[in-house]
Design a binder for this molecule. Structure first.
Ligand SMILES: *Cc1c(COP(=O)(O)O)cnc(C)c1O
Length: 224
């Protein structure tokens, strides 16, 4: 399938999920996750009208950036090692995986302008997943106040791989509750209005539960 066909199909699904939940499709930003595919495929996504691209490794981001430059808005979506921050920091508009102070310190040190960050939350408490536990989130976000380059625009989660829709819905609902709570604290460095949640298998549920950024790889640009 070409990217445009996939994109049209996804937009229909977004429309349906929005109608079901009384939301406006304009609130949903689609990040095309191009980590599995070539730069040509990424370019096809831009031609289809997608403006946000996501990568989870510095090398993948840099090789595509060399060709596409700042035409797309770049999202760093994966585990980010502190020593890699300097390679990507002047190229990305968003980092979705802020989960520790050492990383915040490095971003602050290397960035020349504020970076829109999502704090990654491990909602389901799976051992293998990165992210801050829901109980630690407020303390962690308060401690980011010292790093003026970090702007906490929202929370992000990766739901577990499961077909259990109720379980997924619960994860997303928990994240939404936490996002609203952090937002209500009125912290100047953490407006926390956004929710990055939903991937190829679960984005319609994520939208019904309040996602504002969905990160789609396989279903949009493919995975080979
Ligand atoms: C790979 C990846 C995605 C996209 O996964 P698909 O299931 O292919 O849509 C989204 N978010 C993160 C953090 C990823 O690493």
């Amino acid at each position: 399938m070409n990217v445009l066909e996939n994109f049209n199909h996804i937009q229909d699904n977004i429309q349906n999920a929005c109608s079901k939940s009384g939301r406006n499709p304009r609130e949903i930003n689609i990040v095309a996750v191009t980590k599995y595919v070539s730069v040509n495929r990424a370019e096809e996504a831009l031609q289809a009208g997608i403006t946000h691209l996501g990568e989870n490794r510095d090398t993948g981001l840099l090789s595509k950036w060399e060709k596409l430059g700042d035409v797309p808005e770049w999202h760093f979506i994966g585990t980010l090692q502190s020593k890699k921050v300097k390679n990507i920091i002047d190229k990305v508009s968003y980092i979705h995986s802020l989960d520790r102070l050492s990383l915040a310190r490095e971003i602050h040190k290397r960035a020349d302008k504020p970076v829109s960050c999502f704090v990654q939350i491990n909602v389901s408490g799976e051992e293998s997943k990165h992210g801050v536990g829901p109980q630690e989130a407020e303390g962690f976000i308060r401690s980011l106040e010292d790093y003026s380059a970090i702007k906490v625009i929202g929370l992000m989660t990766m739901a577990p791989h499961t077909d259990d829709k109720d379980f997924l819905r619960n994860c997303f609902r928990t994240l939404k509750g936490l996002q609203e709570y952090i937002h209500s604290l009125g912290l100047p460095h953490a407006p926390c209005t956004e929710l990055s949640m939903g991937m190829s298998n679960d984005y319609t549920i994520a939208i019904e539960e309040g996602a504002t950024f969905i990160r789609i790889g396989s279903a949009l640009v493919g995975n080979d």
